[in-house]
Design a protein around this ligand. Structure first.
Ligand code: ATP
Length: 361
């Protein structure tokens, strides 16, 4: 049987616990994966002087597929975000976040089945910022005033929001191709084009152009981001594949996670032309790290996405089915899900939940 070598970056915070649980589950499911461990995270500052060693980037490049736990970005490291740096270095321009209702997980709805396709490389996340009070900020403020672009108060800090034709085209095309490949019916583009005409307006124009290429095969609509949020809360079942610029995508995916049961069950993937890095939506949750309390479902579902990506669909399907069984049965759920469901039953530890999942497998 063909085996796959995958880079595993356990990360920090709850990452090592959720990653260990994920490894146990994949092994029990008979997934043909050989792991190569690479490190990233705050704990490397002393030994490596960086939370993201070059050797870790090289390890992902070598294997082309990685799964990663959350990574905290310590202050004063020269990184705004280790996660963003990794996505940029590997040109992972797509952030894919499926949200599917799972009975027993405490979601507000039982009919959510949508996929967030978030642009991962530009927008306000580009990291082009000018500190309040700096010479550069004051030059930029003067430039805008001279050009008649608008008056920016002198005591402002400034972040730039670049949105390109190329970036928009790539992400919208990905959303349509994904919809076609997965047998989905509709793509919704989300924006604030009525206000930000030259960034979101450009994104919408490109989205409409791309949509024409798929006419008759995949339906298309667009929604202003505020209306989209309201519609999501009222009736999320109306959405199928949703494509958004970076910042709206970040916010909307947490909103979606909340609708189906919270961060503990929300998986994700960062995908580029050459590499794919799978990771849960949640962060390192330092408040519960090292206590055997974290919910590993999000990382295990991210691993199921990875198995799909590697062509191991049958194995991924069995893992998803076992997860659904454990949630429907309800005896071994972690504290976050107890809280989401309003249940006073004792919370299972990470280990107990994982044992139950392996038993279901
Ligand atoms: P980031 O900025 O990296 O996204 P954050 O601090 O905004 O991180 P998270 O670290 O994702 O957010 O977590 C927010 C809270 O949600 C945590 O404090 C924790 O209580 C809860 N949480 C997140 N992930 C999990 C999980 N897998 N299991 C249980 N609780 C979780």
């Amino acid at each position: 049987m063909l085996r796959h070598t995958v880079t595993l970056i356990p990360g920090d915070g709850i990452g090592p616990e959720t990653s260990a649980a994920m490894q146990r589950v994949l092994e029990a499911a008979g997934a043909p994966i050989d792991w190569e461990i690479a490190e990233a995270g705050a704990h490397l500052m002393e030994s490596e002087g960086t939370p993201l060693p070059q050797s870790t980037i090289e390890a992902v490049k070598k294997n082309k597929v990685a799964i990663k736990g959350p990574v905290t970005t310590p202050v004063g490291t020269g990184f705004r975000s280790v996660n963003v740096a990794l996505r940029k270095t590997l040109e992972l321009y797509v952030n894919l976040r499926p949200n599917i209702s799972m009975p027993g997980a405490g979601g507000r709805y039982d009919d959510v089945d949508l996929v967030i396709v978030r642009e991962n490389s530009e927008d306000l996340y580009a990291g082009i910022e000018f500190e309040q009070g700096s010479e550069d900020a004051s030059e930029l403020i003067s430039f805008c005033a001279e050009k008649g672009a608008g008056i920016i108060p002198l005591d402002s800090g400034i972040s730039i929001k670049p949105i390109s034709i190329t970036g928009s085209r790539n992400i919208v095309k990905y959303a349509f191709d994904y919809a076609l490949a997965q047998g989905r019916k509709k793509v919704t583009a989300v924006h604030k084009a009525n206000i930000m005409k030259h960034s979101d307006g450009l994104f919408l124009r490109v989205a409409r152009e791309v949509a024409k290429e798929y006419e008759g095969r995949i339906a298309f609509e667009d929604k202003i981001v505020d209306a989209f949020c309201m519609n999501m809360v009222i009736d999320p079942s109306q959405f199928d594949v949703v494509v958004l610029p970076n910042l709206y995508g970040d916010i909307a995916s947490d909103l979606c996670a909340g609708l189906v049961g919270g961060l503990g069950i929300a998986p994700g993937a960062n995908i580029g032309k050459d590499y794919a890095v799978f990771e849960a939506v949640h962060g390192s949750a330092p408040d519960i790290a090292g206590q055997d309390k974290a919910n590993p479902t999000a990382e295990i579902l991210s691993a199921a996405m990875m198995l799909d990506h590697l062509g191991e669909r049958e194995c991924a399907g069995r893992i998803r089915a076992a997860i659904r069984e454990v949630y429907a049965q309800g005896d071994h759920l972690t504290g976050d899900i107890r809280w989401a469901t309003g249940s006073s039953a004792p919370a299972a530890s990470t280990t107990e939940f994982t044992d139950a999942l392996i038993a279901a497998l």
